[in-house]
Ligand binder design. Structure first.
Ligand code: URA
Length: 255
């Protein structure tokens, strides 16, 4: 049990109001605190502005601006800034650190939506909503993923053109990508690369194929979700609006 939970006499777990709101997907925990301070949240018909207030999800009626806020039973949607040196899996038989080790306060089991390499950092979604996961990782939906790749040397305009139009890898041609040269320092160059495929080590292999291996890789966006100002190793709940945006970003592009 976390320090934010306690047992009521009836045996139900009480949680802090801001945690309830965040878990319902209203907004980040900090923004939920502000909503409470602004007097926009009621518990059983009474405005509550005290941040430590505990509520019992099964018993108390919580409203925001007069609208009922319900916890969707068991559904969790998290955004994690995965550090380098952490596996995007739920366990490891070699005892290496996994992304689940970075979520100690999360009671529900969640699973990474796709994966990032051990040596890649950045945006990773985790959820126990299998339907949304399937939608986000199915190639048919062409969900865009944007990476910042620090590559060796300075690519020529022709190199960048090759990445953009598609390049032959061992598992076939890549789909066209969006490639922007963000910064060039001679010894290394920062590229912003947006792809919608999810092949194994795809960005690394694409850059190696043009003769400019990746030195560091960070994912900054997936569909409508950006890393924002989350710091390495930090996570937050997605808001209800973000979850809805993910569902609509997955609309079929064709077929
Ligand atoms: N492409 C890569 O090469 N690695 C990742 O982790 C993600 C995309």
């Amino acid at each position: 049990m976390t320090e934010e939970m306690s047992q009521t006499a009836a045996g139900s777990a009480a949680i802090r109001l801001q945690k309830y709101l965040a878990e319902a997907g209203v907004a980040s925990r900090r923004s939920c605190e502000q909503l409470i301070l602004d007097g926009r949240v009621q518990v059983n018909g009474t405005v509550v502005t005290q941040l430590g207030t505990k509520v019992v999800p099964e018993k108390d009626e919580i409203t925001l601006d007069g609208k009922l806020v319900l916890l969707e039973e068991g559904k969790q949607y998290l955004l994690l800034y995965k550090p380098v040196g952490v596996l995007s899996s739920v366990s490891d038989d070699r005892g290496r650190k996994t992304v689940i080790d970075l979520l100690p306060g999360v009671a529900e089991r969640v699973y990474p939506v796709g994966r990032l390499d051990y040596d890649t950092e950045g945006l990773l979604l985790l959820t126990n909503d299998g339907a949304l996961t399937n939608l986000l990782i199915h190639p048919r939906h062409e969900i865009k993923k944007t990476y910042l790749a620090t590559i060796e040397g300075t690519p020529s305009a022709e190199d960048l053109h090759q990445l953009t139009k598609g390049i032959l890898l061992s598992d076939g041609m890549t789909a066209p990508a969006k490639v922007k040269l963000a910064k060039s320092r001679g010894a290394h160059t920062l590229l912003e690369i947006t792809i919608h495929e999810g092949r194994n080590r795809q960005v690394r292999r694409m850059c190696a194929a043009i003769g400019h291996p990746v030195q560091a890789l960070k994912r900054v966006q997936m569909g409508p979700i950006t890393l924002g100002d989350l710091q390495v190793g930090q996570w937050r709940h997605l808001t209800a609006a973000e979850v809805a945006a993910l569902w609509s970003s997955g609309k079929r592009k064709r077929g």
